[in-house]
Design a protein. Structure first.
Length: 111
């Protein structure tokens, strides 16, 4: 399987339920001992919908622990400010690089 990084741009709470699909995918990756960088899902939230923020935070911060699966989800809020190099790195790499997910773009800049 080729590595893949999904980048989802959203402005609200999903109308579908992605949780089950994400858990099933991460479980399959764990069972197959695929590299941790095999699949990443980066949600970029535009706007300030509080329900969306809460939902995305749960996917990013709680999903892997509550289901005992690898962490393949990262979220980045975007409120319309200038798109900096740091933010772009976080958006592009946060779903597949755990250091960027946890510490932001500075984890890989100036290496």
């Amino acid at each position: 399987m080729k590595p893949v990084n999904f980048i989802v741009i959203t402005d609200g709470v999903p109308t579908d339920e992605p949780l089950d699909s994400i858990v099933a995918l991460a479980s399959r990756l764990d069972r197959g001992n695929y590299p941790l960088t095999q699949v990443g899902i980066q949600f970029v939230q535009i706007g300030n919908d509080k329900q969306a923020t809460k939902f995305l935070a749960e996917l990013d911060d709680d999903l892997s622990q509550s289901h005992n699966i690898r962490d393949i989800v990262d979220t980045t809020p975007y409120f319309g400010a200038e798109l900096t190099a740091e933010m772009l790195i976080k958006i592009l790499l946060g779903g597949i690089n755990r250091r960027v997910d946890r510490r932001g773009a500075q984890a890989v800049m100036n290496l």
